[in-house]
Design a protein around this ligand. Structure first.
Ligand SMILES: [Zn+2]
Length: 307
């Protein structure tokens, strides 16, 4: 079903990454800048990420010998330096995820670039290096994002949903590897119930949610795809859900021929295959449109029918 498969290392049938977006309380300050400090219950739910969930997730990765990718808004790195240290100490990757989880497609190009550069300063001072990859907060990749990431030397993005396997984003400024996922692999639709974010999903049992995630895995394994979970420590790192995740990792390892790797390694592998002519990923040229497409303005009154 995949017309241009990528040869995964050691003959693996699919590539897998459990990526964790640790937004912590950044999203509450963005959504409710004036009231956030008074929303203590919501803050406690969000702070569960650095305090409880990330240490638990790191312990699991140590147990299975896995290296994975975390995406952190730079503001969260500043707020939780001990979390950054713990993630890096275990050899995991940290990717760019906005400064304070700002929605890039609501900003001008200059504003988006300002927050990107400010975040890169945080990365450089805290980690001694710049991130190789990015995920736009809430998938809000703008028509300028690819250009800005290329200009700043990024190697991959993981915000888009345009394929089952890695593909290339091409702009006037160069190319970037896209490592796509989909809403089927995001944990918010399964579990997130929060009045503060006006996001009220009926909370599913881990067993039920994991059926969706597992169906995606089985298809990736059968067809040579890519399985990237877009999960959040405060959501999937909760006790019952993380117990299921451990079982899922055990099951994947038992089935075998699964390459579980951080996104930076997956992107490097794809780049190597392209350079050696071993694969031909699809190329998406951005921006998709030169300007406005629809001639119809929202709420424009319809012309009266001829009598
Ligand atoms: Zn996020």
């Amino acid at each position: 079903m995949i017309l241009n498969p990528i040869p995964w290392p050691d003959g693996a049938k699919c590539a897998v990454a459990f990526t964790m977006d640790m937004d912590a309380d950044s999203i509450l300050h963005l959504a409710h800048p004036d009231r956030a400090p008074r929303m203590v219950s919501a803050l406690s739910m969000l702070k569960y990420s650095p305090k409880i969930a990330v240490p638990r997730i790191l312990a699991t990765y140590r147990k299975f010998g896995l290296k994975q990718t975390f995406f952190l808004p730079a503001w969260c790195m500043e707020q939780y330096p001990e979390t950054v240290e713990a993630i890096l100490r275990d050899g995991h990757e940290i990717g760019y995820h906005g400064y304070i989880h700002e929605h890039q497609n609501e900003l001008s190009r200059d504003e988006e670039h300002y927050w990107l550069q400010r975040s890169l300063d945080v990365f450089t001072s805290m980690t001694g290096t710049r991130p190789e990859g990015a995920r736009s907060p809430l998938y809000n990749f703008s028509e300028h994002t690819a250009d800005l990431l290329i200009e700043e030397g990024f190697k991959f993005d993981a915000s888009l949903m345009g394929d089952d396997i890695p593909y290339i984003l091409e702009t006037g400024r160069g190319r970037l590897i896209e490592l796509p996922s989909s809403w089927a692999l995001d944990d918010w639709p399964q579990f997130m119930h929060s009045i503060e974010f006006n996001y009220l999903m009926p909370i599913r049992s881990p067993e039920e949610a994991w059926k969706t995630f597992w169906a995606e895995f089985e298809a990736a394994w059968e067809h040579g795809g890519l399985w990237i979970a877009v999960w959040h420590p405060k959501v999937s790192g909760r006790l019952s859900r993380w117990s299921y995740t451990e079982r899922m990792i055990e099951q994947m390892l038992k089935i075998g021929s699964v390459w579980i790797a951080p996104l930076g390694e997956i992107a490097a592998h794809v780049q190597k295959c392209v350079d050696l002519g071993q694969c031909t990923p699809r190329i998406d040229k951005l921006p998709y449109y030169a300007g406005r497409v629809s001639p119809i303005r929202p709420r424009m009154p319809l012309p009266k029918a001829a009598e």
